[in-house]
Write a protein that binds this ligand. Structure first.
Ligand code: ADP
Ligand code: MG
Length: 718
């Protein structure tokens, strides 16, 4: 994969791993045995002693203090105390038995009671012996009692000899408990291991970083985690491990990015070129926003650098990404190259095509569309024109990835809505040119900052954080069936003003048949409510032929129809500035990103626009949060952060990327600031020492080596 990694031999890190007890399988741990070891391996994916050290307690209980029974004063407090056991009694009750005993210390009495497991417990207890107990106390008439205490027998009554500790509690499921994997067991196997770490674990972070960031060393962190002597130690341990986790995640991403950049030659576009300048000076339909200008400068710098551009362009719906895409194509063309734009759906590809072709008519630039429905004849002409270089911009769907599509000299590939394309597909485009083309990835759905830094961490990121001027925010409201008549009245009002309306129905794979029925029922009742000839309705859904879809789209675009009833096929790419109302039926069934996308179909012209979310009366907590967030926030970036909290990173990004997102210590919702700081730190470090050759960086290099070979997860970094 990488030149110096292949060259390197087993280094210190690997040797240490191999020789230490930490590398041995957990079955070898004393007191565990093969059967329980197998369960731990299966349920917790812990195979080695080393991995067991990363079984992180989720809570700690403070058992350092020993409260004399006489000092127990607060009801419901959790205390640890001790005394001599006396007066064990098993009393029959209305239902079952009640086992009780007394713990006596200096004539003070604490009652201990059990309602379950008494047969077994009774056998364990011995009157006259000293016990230490731990639990919650409650007041009972004139004395305190403790139900189901944790107990251990102690040999010395004297308080001086008592050695308390902070006890870690591990995340152990009921299932594991039943299989005999108890807190006590985990503690009893882990404590001796932790105590036996008498050599230092391999330190993965340079001393100067530990110093500057005020972090503790690796060995201390793991000891503090399992055997803290102060509560604050546990936090210090977690801070250190979290830092390390994020550090190596960013290191992995940025290291590869830099290597890739320097190893791969890029096409150098010396100047922006004539078409760009001509367009900019005399054909631009509007002034670019500051954000568009800034992003174009970033792109321009990349393309002129002699290195391959790999950039992610993020911007909210309607922020004007298409214009940036168009002008980026012009730079490529101006430098004698071809450009292509790939979109995930046919409708979106067509939309781009019409948009871009119409803007370029005056410039005499050859643009063509290639999709699944391009005829054979057109296709062969198009192939020929691509090979000869006559065709300058190709816009299309996946069809562009096909091997038969050969460019004379592809200099730029723009991929819209990347989350629908795999990385593998992206790299297919690379092979279409001798020197790989510049790549610009555009996402229509803003991604939370932490996710952008992790899943797209190998790309440079440009953000359009400004909408074109003159847009008034879309007014979003939440309605239920009870206000349907009012909603209809509102539709009439808007149509009277000359505006157009979208009404969208959910279409979900699992319930497709029912959903289609809902759509058709809805359409029929709308036709009755809005009868011809006064009104005209269009319908659009996935089961229609491409031609029928196109026809209906055209009718709506021309304004021949005023209401478009559709499934989410219109989610992306539809651009009808005269449409001002987006009504979403069963809005509770849509995800936040989708709702936001749909809302983005309106508010594209000069008129005040509206989004109406129709739901049933009773909503789940999550659905309520989604709907309320839509009403409250208009920015896709804000909504994406909420979405991340609701759904978690795996669901948000799809399972494809979930490997990168498996974090043990850091949290993609809470640690956004820390991740940013660490990314900047890593960037700076690699600028100084890209190959990690400095002595002080060898520890990073060896760790990274393991990570990139896939031998370690971020979470098990050593
Ligand atoms: P996106 O692809 O980011 O969702 P588009 O590129 O489709 O957004 O742009 C949305 C609308 O805004 C289009 O009608 C476009 O012509 C218009 N637009 C883009 N940039 C500007 C600008 N700087 N000033 C005015 N209108 C703009
Ligand atoms: Mg767009």
């Amino acid at each position: 994969m990488d030149y110096f990694f292949q060259r390197s031999n087993l280094d210190k890190f690997v040797r240490m791993q191999a020789s230490s007890i930490l590398a041995s399988p957990i079955a070898a741990v004393k007191g565990l045995g093969p059967k329980r070891a197998m369960i731990i391996e299966r349920e917790l994916s812990i195979r080695t002693v080393y991995e067991l050290l990363f079984f992180i307690p989720n809570r700690y209980i403070d058992k350092r203090a020993l409260t004399p029974i006489s000092s127990i004063t607060l009801e419901n407090s959790i205390v640890q105390t001790q005394g001599v056991l006396q007066n064990i009694k098993l009393v029959k009750q209305a239902k079952g038995y009640r086992l009780s005993a007394e713990l006596i210390d200096n004539h003070h009495r604490l009652e201990l009671v059990w309602f379950k497991g008494y047969q077994y417990i009774e056998k364990q207890l011995k009157e006259g012996l000293h016990y230490k107990v731990y639990g919650k106390v409650s007041r009972f008439q004139d004395h305190f009692s403790m139900a189901h205490p944790e107990m251990s027998q102690i040999s010395i009554q004297s308080e001086q000899d008592f050695k308390g500790h902070i006890e870690p509690l591990y995340p152990i499921s009921d299932k594991l408990q039943k299989a005999g994997i108890t807190q006590r067991l985990i503690r009893s196997i882990l404590q001796p291991i932790v105590k036996s770490i008498d050599f230092a674990l391999y330190e993965t972070l340079p001393a100067y970083i530990l110093r500057e960031q005020r972090l503790i060393d690796k060995t201390s962190a793991l000891i503090h985690l399992h055997a803290p002597t102060e509560m604050k130690e546990t936090q210090r341990a977690l801070d250190r491990l979290k830092f390390e986790e994020l550090f190596f995640m960013q290191m992995g991403l940025l290291y590869q990015k830099i290597k890739q950049k320097t190893a791969i030659k890029g096409q150098r576009f010396e100047a922006v070129g004539t078409p760009f300048l001509a367009y900019y000076e005399s054909h631009l339909p509007f002034e670019l926003t500051e954000a568009q200008k800034r992003v174009l400068r970033e792109i321009r710098n990349d393309m002129g650098s002699g290195l391959q551009m790999n950039r992610l362009l993020q911007g909210d719906v309607g922020s004007g990404k298409t214009m940036v895409a168009l002008m980026t194509c012009l730079i490529a063309i101006g430098n004698g190259s071809q450009a292509c734009i790939v979109a995930p759906t046919e409708i979106l590809a067509q939309q781009h095509y019409h948009d871009i072709a119409s803007k370029l008519t005056s410039l005499n630039i050859a643009v063509k569309l290639l999709t699944g429905s391009t005829s054979k004849k057109e296709r062969s002409i198009l192939h020929e024109e691509l090979r000869s270089g006559e065709l300058q911009i190709l816009i299309g769907t996946h069809a562009v990835f096909e091997d038969t599509v050969i460019f004379k000299n592809l200099g730029l590939a723009i991929i819209d809505e990347q989350h629908r394309f795999g990385v593998a597909q992206r790299s297919k485009l690379w092979k279409k040119a001798e020197v790989p083309p510049h790549i610009l990835v555009m996402t229509a759905t803003p991604i939370p900052r932490t996710l952008a830094m992790s899943t797209y961490g190998d790309l440079d990121i440009s953000i359009i954080d400004e909408l074109p001027p003159g847009r008034s925010p879309i007014i979003t409201s939440h309605r239920t069936d009870r206000s349907r008549l009012k909603v209809f009245a509102f539709i009439r009002e808007q149509i009277k003003l000359g505006r157009q309306i979208y009404i969208v129905y959910p279409l979900i794979q699992e319930s497709a048949a029912l959903d289609y029925k809902d759509l058709m029922d809805g359409y029929e009742s709308l036709c009755r409510e809005f009868p011809s000839p006064e009104y005209a309705l269009s319908i659009l859904h996935g089961q229609m032929s491409a031609e029928a879809k196109q026809y209906e789209m055209n009718q709506f675009e021309k304004g021949t129809t005023q209401i478009m009833v559709a499934t989410t096929v219109i989610e992306v790419g539809v651009n009808v500035p005269n449409a001002t109302v987006m009504i979403i039926e069963s809005a509770e069934r849509f995800g936040l990103a989708q709702l936001h996308q749909l809302r983005g179909r309106v508010g594209r012209g000069a008129h005040q626009s509206y989004c109406i979310l129709m739901t049933k009366d009773k909503l789940s907590e999550d659905a309520k949060t989604r709907i309320e967030s839509m009403v409250k926030y208009s920015s896709g970036f804000d909504l994406s952060e909420i979405d991340l909290k609701l759904r978690g990173p795996g669901d948000l990004m799809g399972t494809q990327q979930s490997g990168t997102l498996q974090l043990k210590f850091a949290d993609l919702v809470d640690d956004v600031a820390l991740m940013g700081t660490i990314r900047a730190l890593v960037q700076g470090l690699l600028e100084k020492d890209a190959s990690l050759e400095l002595q002080e960086h060898h520890c990073i290099r060896s760790t990274l080596q393991m990570l990139l070979r896939g031998k370690l997860l971020w979470s098990y970094i050593s």
